[in-house]
Design a binder for this molecule. Sequence first.
Ligand SMILES: *Cc1c(COP(=O)(O)O)cnc(C)c1O
Length: 409
Amino acid sequence: MLSRLEKILTDKEEIFCANTYKPLPVVLKKGKGVYVWDVHSKKYFDFLSSYSAVNQGHGNKKILRSFIRQAKKLALTSRAFYNSELGDALEYITSTFGYDKMLPMNSGAEAVETAIKICRKWGYEVKKIKENKAKIVVCDGNFHGRTISLISFSSSEKSKKNFGPLTPGFQIIEYNNVSALEKILKKDKNIAGFLVEPIQGENGVVVPDDGYLSDCKKLCEKYNVLFIADEIQTGICRTGKLLASWHENIKPDLVILGKALSGGFYPVSGVLTSKKIMSIMKVGMHGSTFGGSPLAGAVSKAAIKYAVDYNLSIKSEVLGKIFRDALWDISKTRKIIKNVRGKGLLNAIVLDCDVNSKIPWEICLKLQENGLLAKPTQGNKIRFAPPLIITKRQLKKAISIIDESLRDF
Ligand SMILES: *Cc1c(COP(=O)(O)O)cnc(C)c1O
């Protein structure tokens, strides 16, 4: 039950904001580390981490300091001028991820759009595909964002119905199916790129078979097609490595980053690639007023530096294993858990109920009551993705909350 204050606040949001989300009935006002507090100062574990945007923890002091210092000095210049932060930040970020260049944007969707533009241009100017014939292969169950072009190849009816006409030039194949990719690449000479999530987060944390990504990468090399990894959710240590692609020792031609690239302070996204590929993007061909601002530069450098300096990859890897083992343990007594899956600290439980069941929502309400926030995804799954700075002790406590909350289901 919502209190009077909560009722006033949620009503306002419902009345004045577009109703495109269905939030849990909790009103948050404060965050620190792995915790958030509601308006009555009740404390919760945040096991969503704003869809993995706050991997470095809420209110991270190091990032906050950079953010405040830079916001006071100079926030925005536009790229009409050089600024004191951008070059330095991108030197650090590109070398950390092993790329030559980055094209900075703001939201994740914009960065995916940018990668598609780079890929198409490469298709025409390097691969010599005939004008307007370039195609990009994508996967069933994908989530890449909400723009017209990105929903054009979404598998979700709700995301695209009556938003047409949709953007052509995309071909959907089955995820985690190497032969499906080979078949289409063999047949069609007009394919410029293959866009894939190393793990499908929004689709309920779908982890492909070992070797899938590296086999796809090899096929892309064989057929002269760019391999584009959308690491907006899986990147920046979430799955136990700086990039999820690194689990299979591959280097995508293009890497798309967002979310934790700012640790949640400010929307920062970008596309990483080689000097050679990026050289096809010339003056006037692309841009963004806020992309590459001094504030974005300072914040993103601090966010990546924190992830590296504090070994968030190792924490995510080690604690992720402990967490999954614990969830499997819980599943022995809590029969509602049908499956546990994930990598690092990007995990989900699959529930033994159908996708339209109310049970996942009710479990999330129970978790909330017991002090842990998580949300159902794709009907019968619940994603668990705490900030990566969580300690072993905090994780153990969260595990006991999950166990307790599942008792009556
Ligand atoms: C969140 C997400 C996006 C979109 O990012 P926005 O910042 O919401 O536009 C794209 N791809 C993946 C894999 C995501 O998880």
